[in-house]
Design a protein around this ligand. Structure first.
Ligand code: HEM
Length: 180
C-alpha cells in the first residue's frame, strides 16, 4: 500500500515536471525541468525531495505555529504590537513543533553503548533529534511557549552540522514573512 502511494505521488511529480517543461514559469521546478544534462528520473527525484522536504515541512510548521499563537492570545497580541519579536517567535515555534513522528536515520560507524544499549557498527539508528529541543538543561521551563526566548537559542529543528537542512534560512524567511 505504501509503495502504491509512493508510485502515485511520484506520478504527480512527474506530471508537474512535464507541465513546467511545456509551460515554464519563474520557479525552481521549471529550472530543474529545463536541465538537459540530468536524467529524467533524477529531475523527478530532486523535485520530489524539494516538495516533500521543503514544502510540507514549512506548511506544517506554519499551521502548528499559528495554532500555538491562537492558544496564547497574550503572545499573539504582543507580536502584533512589536514585530521585532517575530524572529524569536519563529525559533520558538520551530523548537516546540513536532510535525512528524519519524526520526532521522543514521548508521553507526563504530560500536557504541548509549544508556546501556549496545549499538553495533552498521546498525541503523533512528534519532529523534527534536527531543533535544525539549532539553531542560538548554531550555528552562521547556513546556512553556515563550516567544521572548533568545532567538539564537540552540534548537535542533533543522538538524545539525553537515546534514543541516539546506532550506533552513529559506524556511525561517518564510515563517518570519508570514508572521510579520
Ligand atoms: C520548517 C521547515 C523545515 C524543517 C523543520 C526542516 C528540517 C530538516 C531537517 C531536520 C533536516 C535534516 C535531515 C537529516 O539530518 O537527515 C532537513 C534536511 C533537508 N531539508 Fe529541510 N526543513 C525545513 C524546510 C526546508 C526547505 C524550505 C527546504 C528546501 C526548499 C528543505 C530542504 C531540505 C533538504 C534538501 C534536506 C536534505 C539535506 C541533506 O540530506 O543533505 N527543507 N530538513
Amino acid at each position: 500500500m505504501a509503495q502504491a502511494a509512493e508510485r502515485a505521488l511520484f506520478g504527480c511529480v512527474r506530471e508537474l515536471v512535464d507541465r513546467r517543461r511545456r509551460e515554464p514559469g519563474e520557479d525552481v521546478i521549471s529550472d530543474l525541468a529545463a536541465l538537459g544534462e540530468l536524467p529524467e528520473e533524477e529531475i523527478v527525484a530532486l523535485t520530489a525531495q524539494l516538495i516533500f522536504a521543503g514544502h510540507s515541512t514549512a506548511v506544517r510548521h506554519i499551521v502548528l505555529g499559528v495554532l500555538r499563537l491562537l492558544r496564547h492570545p497574550e503572545q499573539y497580541t504582543a507580536l502584533g504590537a512589536d514585530p521585532s519579536l517575530v524572529p524569536g517567535a519563529v525559533e520558538e515555534m520551530l523548537r516546540m513543533s513536532v510535525p512528524s513522528d519519524h526520526g532521522l536515520v543514521r548508521y553507526a560507524h563504530t560500536d557504541l553503548t548509549v544508556d546501556r544499549v549496545t549499538i553495533a557498527t552498521s546498525d541503523a539508528v533512528l534519532l529523534f533529534h527534536r527531543v533535544a529541543n525539549r532539553d531542560p538543561a538548554a531550555f528552562p521551563d521547556l513546556d512553556r511557549f515563550d516567544t521572548t526566548r533568545r532567538p539564537d537559542h540552540p534548537s535542533l529543528a533543522f538538524g545539525y552540522a553537515t546534514r543541516l537542512c539546506v532550506g533552513a534560512q529559506l524556511a525561517r524567511a518564510q515563517l518570519q514573512s508570514i508572521l510579520t
